[in-house]
Design a binder for this molecule. Sequence first.
Ligand SMILES: [Fe+2]
Length: 285
Amino acid sequence: MIHLDDITYVRLGTPDLDLAADFATRILGLEVTERGAKSVHLRSDARAHTLCYVEGDPAYQVAGFEVSDAAELAAAAEVLEALGHRVTAGTPGEAAARGAHDFIGFDDPSGNRIELVLRPEYRGPRYYGTRDAAITGFNHIGLNSTDPVRDEIFWTRVCNARVSDRIGTIPLMRINRIHHTLALVRAEGPGIQHINHQVVAREDVLRSWQLLIRHRVPIVFGPGRHPTSGANFIYFRGPDGMVFEYSCGVDEIEDETNHRPRSFSFEPASLCMWGARPGGLIKGT
Ligand SMILES: [Fe+2]
């Protein structure tokens, strides 16, 4: 089994690097740590970067997950190859571009590009956002799935993900104590469905809501509260159609052994206990 310790970064292609960097700093509140001719690295917590925009096709969307050591990385490559996944080893230059010691890449069963990352770089100075978004860190993603039942089996049996709760066929899965690091959302093809950053408090979600309105950023869903994780949230649309989320107050699973996932019906009320409508965030809602 492949043990994922945490989600590390997302990499997003964009045809307009300046526009993406402007949104990521001025609106989202991230901090630029490295600006190159073809890429911009941004951080949201103690790590050197948690989001990287790369000039190019916006269909390029990659999720990176940290593994514990070189033996785990080598074992993961063996497991994936035995299952028929084509595994590519990162070159030293590619690893350097990810601020990582080493990494491998593969496609999950839906075709999502996944990277397993060894020793991602941390920075001494604390994250200092471009605006006071009160971000505490990059927390989780929604991932497109062309077959959530099949993909849940991949993430829970090949990898160490555990289902914390389900909404219809959407599994909210944890790889550590946090209620979910990964959610699989039915879609026509691969891609990152949303990118979450945690903020300190409900007030920070609401302050950002007002800022998003002032800057005419399309709000997709919320503000509201998830019945599953208990988190307060707001979802909004950034460059190239990517959906970002701020949330706070997400549950942790304290009793790993005895936790039993709850099944919520696939309806808007299962996504927001305050009655906010998902507005097409998830197909069928
Ligand atoms: Fe989320």
